[in-house]
Design a protein around this ligand. Structure first.
Ligand SMILES: [Zn+2]
Ligand SMILES: [Zn+2]
Length: 113
């Protein structure tokens, strides 16, 4: 028999466990446990943004490598706008076939069979 004592009041206040799989709003791939994940403010905090969402670190890096905070605040503060930018669109096609935990500085041999 498994003890059920963990069910009562053991989780700290404010802790919200994600229900079900969570998907990256940029690339649409799942945000797996163990994957490198960052929080992105659609409107940068320096521009008053409060809303943040989880994205892959590799996706996050791409966003900030492509846009300045000012561009993000003024023109690219929705996922639709980000995804429609040609450079991001090319990145999304490239990253679509990568495993969710893929990150560009992991140096795994390309072929391992
Ligand atoms: Zn992603
Ligand atoms: Zn960000």
């Amino acid at each position: 028999m498994v003890s059920r004592r963990a069910l009562r009041g053991t989780e700290p206040l404010g802790y919200v466990k994600p229900v079900g799989p969570v998907f990256c709003p940029l690339c649409g791939r799942p945000l797996e446990e163990g994957a490198s994940v960052d929080e992105h403010h659609l409107v940068p905090r320096s521009h008053g943004g409060k809303h943040k969402q989880l994205v892959h670190r590799i996706c996050h890096r791409k966003i900030h490598a492509t846009f300045s905070e000012r561009e993000l605040a003024q023109s690219f503060c929705t996922w639709e706008a980000l995804r429609s930018h040609p450079e991001i669109a090319a990145f999304l096609r490239w990253v679509a076939n990568k495993p969710p935990a893929f990150y560009d500085n992991s140096r795994r041999p390309a072929r391992r069979r």
